[in-house]
Write a protein that binds this ligand. Structure first.
Ligand code: AHG
Ligand code: MN
Ligand code: MN
Length: 334
């Protein structure tokens, strides 16, 4: 069997299909290399002294784990000197990180959730890294937070790496979704699935059920109908999964279908949701749509939303197309 590496896949995207410029290819390769380093740190666990909390909080008031900080540093160090980026933004940094003057500045912007699923680090459950690439619009010198505030449909590339039983990199450059598995013996990302497609129908949902009493009526209706099973209006039994790492839940959905929801709830009515638009929802929405699924915040398509701030939150409902459209219809009905 001939093996296709990430580099080969990207060169093909660049040369044969003209989908990506060389700078974007090199940028993705650097992100993939950084994820490899994070995968190695994750695997070491207690042996590498990477578990536990760091004793600090991020801008969102969440306690930072050691791995949140390590992964953030790895991504910054790997990406700041390449010459492809103007700036980076991260869940773990209050404001944007502009590429220092000593390095050349490029035209791309990189956003990431360095370590997704922090609550799973210490219990040895799958976690991940999510990333999104935007183009800096306009060629004026300098870069500011406003340059990042673009709708998700303008992403040039997006992906995640899941650190689970296998480390896998899942990527889109706007031409479908490809999955790569890390070969630890050769150190390369090997293409293991191309043209990923999500089945339009599913019998599996993912939501944190402990928040049920706080949900809005359309979400409650949707889940109630799933729970009613064969005897209910859906006429079929549903299964539930909740890993509490968005990366791992989305990976399952890309692999076998399903719907994932982190909806708005009434505990904090002014907060649209828990997840962040720019570096969690948008990249996942891009991947899901590229695999034939859908991603909405309730009534609207996530990738059409115009962000107003870097750490903006959003309600997220994504996955198998027919299910997402159903829940969208419930929201539109009010
Ligand atoms: P992060 O670790 O980057 O803060 O993200 C955690 C997110 C997401 O990965 C997951 O789907 C969700 O939080 C889990 O939330 P609950 O703790 O409510 O289950
Ligand atoms: Mn996250
Ligand atoms: Mn995180």
């Amino acid at each position: 069997m001939s093996r296709v590496s990430l580099t080969q896949y990207l060169i093909e995207q660049q040369r044969l299909h003209g989908h990506i410029p060389q700078e974007l290819r090199l940028l993705i390769e650097i992100v993939a290399r950084a994820c490899k380093r994070i995968a190695i740190a994750v695997n070491k666990g207690a042996l590498g002294d990477v578990l536990g909390t760091a004793g600090s909080e991020n801008v969102q008031g969440e306690v930072q784990k050691k791995l949140d900080i390590i992964a953030n540093e790895v991504l910054i160090e790997a990406n700041e000197w390449g010459g492809h980026l103007a700036a980076m933004a991260s869940e773990e940094m209050d404001s944007i990180y502009v590429v220092p003057n000593r390095y050349p500045q490029g035209e791309y912007l990189l956003l990431f959730d360095p370590l997704d699923g922090s609550s799973n680090i210490d219990v040895n459950v799958s976690i991940g890294t999510i990333f999104s690439v935007l183009r800096k619009v306009g060629h004026a010198r300098g870069v500011a937070e406003e340059d990042f505030l673009q709708p998700g449909k303008q992403q040039a590339a997006a992906g995640y790496c899941v650190y689970g039983p296998q480390s896998m990199l899942v990527l889109t450059v706007g031409d479908g979704v490809a999955m790569f598995t890390l070969d630890r013996e050769t150190g390369s990302w090997v293409l293991t699935q191309d043209e990923v497609k999500i089945p339009a129908d599913t019998k599996e949902f993912a939501i944190n059920m402990s928040n049920m009493r706080h949900w809005a009526p359309p979400v409650k209706r949707y889940i109630d109908e799933c729970l009613a099973g064969e005897e209910g209006p859906r006429g079929k039994n549903f299964n539930m999964r909740w890993i509490a790492s968005m990366v791992a839940d989305v990976h399952r959905i890309l692999t076998r279908g399903g719907i994932f929801m982190y909806p708005w709830d009434q505990r904090e009515p002014d907060k649209p949701g828990k997840l962040r638009l720019m570096y969690e929802a948008n990249p996942m929405a891009f991947l899901i749509e590229q695999a034939g699924g859908a991603a909405v915040n309730g009534s609207e398509r996530i990738m059409d939303l115009h962000p107003t701030k870097l750490h903006e939150r959003v309600a997220v409902m994504l996955g198998s197309k027919n299910e997402v459209e159903r829940i969208q219809a419930y929201h539109r009905e009010g």
